[in-house]
Write a protein that binds this ligand. Structure first.
Ligand code: CP
Length: 309
């Protein structure tokens, strides 16, 4: 049987994504049932970038499933010195599943080439599929409507999170409005956009007030990739971004024009893309969203191993 990976949603059909969402809901509601399902199994978690949620939720998820997770810091490992596919081939002999957060999507594909166990993309420059599953799981649990009846508006820089939202909403038939004043060509997934265009699920709306008018959920993300946030070489570009993006901040004034709930994948930069007041308000479902990473990761791990055996 072929090995099943989660690199982006491109390799997943609409029905497979919907089944995975349903499974994640089931996993969330029956946490105890899945205790022990990964008994005796190990996950390797390879990080080239910083993380709080992705690391903690995968590690806690493996613990709750009765397995074990090994944290591998890229810099402290021999991924730094050797060919990525050779190191992945070795890892596959000792672990049942690999999760990797790499800077470049191309490197993730090399890791996949060398891996003979399921590989999960823990966020690369182009995609963040695990985040998007948790996001949709959060909406499914929060909303009284069917998932496809909800309208999501993403306000921010077009980035990896936006690409995965474009893909997953297209698969589920859910409408996504993008208000993305900064959309660099190299950050956009044309494949994701093509899927959404074919399903008529995505629209672009530069006017923020129009974009939120019919939204059930408003979503924002950091304006500067965490990799560059404190990088002095990026300081000028960061300042320019802040100038461009400030009119698109999610704040109390903007929320007067909508009843939508507010989402953010975290880490939050309060005072930039969103105010602390909004994060702490009753409109925010941000901390439930972050908590749901745990259930989403468990569903992904179990599904990939089931489909690869
Ligand atoms: N949202 C997210 O991926 O969080 P971390 O970068 O902390 O893992």
């Amino acid at each position: 049987m072929a090995i099943r990976h989660l690199i982006s949603w491109q390799d997943w059909s609409d029905s497979e994504i919907r089944e995975l969402l349903d499974f994640a809901i089931y996993v969330k509601k029956h946490r105890v049932y899945f205790a022990g399902h990964m008994h005796g199994r190990t996950m390797a978690m390879l990080f080239q970038k910083t993380s709080t949620r992705t690391r903690v939720s995968f590690e806690a998820g493996m613990t709750e499933l009765g397995g074990h997770a090994i944290f591998l810091d890229w810099i402290a490992s021999n991924f730094l010195l050797s060919d990525i596919d050779f190191e992945a081939a070795y890892l596959s002999t000792n672990v049942s599943v690999i999760m990797a957060r790499l800077k470049k999507h191309e490197d993730l594909l090399i890791l996949k080439k060398g891996s003979s166990v399921p590989l999960i993309n823990g966020c690369c420059n182009l995609y963040h599929p695990c985040q998007s599953l948790a996001d949709i799981l959060t909406i499914a649990l929060d909303s009284p409507k069917k998932i496809e009846e909800n309208r999501l508006t993403y306000i921010g820089v077009h980035n990896n999170v936006a690409n995965s939202l474009v893909e997953i909403t297209a698969a589920l038939g859910m409408h996504l409005t993008l208000t993305t004043p900064i959309a660099q060509k190299e950050s956009i997934s044309e494949q994701a956009i093509a899927r959404a265009k074919s399903k008529n699920t995505v629209t672009w709306e530069p006017d923020i007030k129009k974009a939120i008018k019919d939204a059930d959920y408003i979503y924002t993300d950091t304006w500067v990739d965490m990799e560059f946030f404190n990088d002095p070489n990026f300081a000028k570009a960061k300042e320019e971004r802040i100038q461009t993006m400030m009119p698109y901040q999610i704040n109390a004034d903007l929320l007067k024009h909508t009843g939508a709930k507010v989402m953010h994948d975290m880490p939050i930069h309060a005072g930039f893309e969103i105010t602390r007041e909004v994060v702490e308000s009753g409109r925010s479902i941000i901390f439930s969203q972050a908590e749901n990473r745990l259930d989403a990761q468990k569903a992904i791990i179990l599904e990939l191993l089931e489909k690869s055996e």
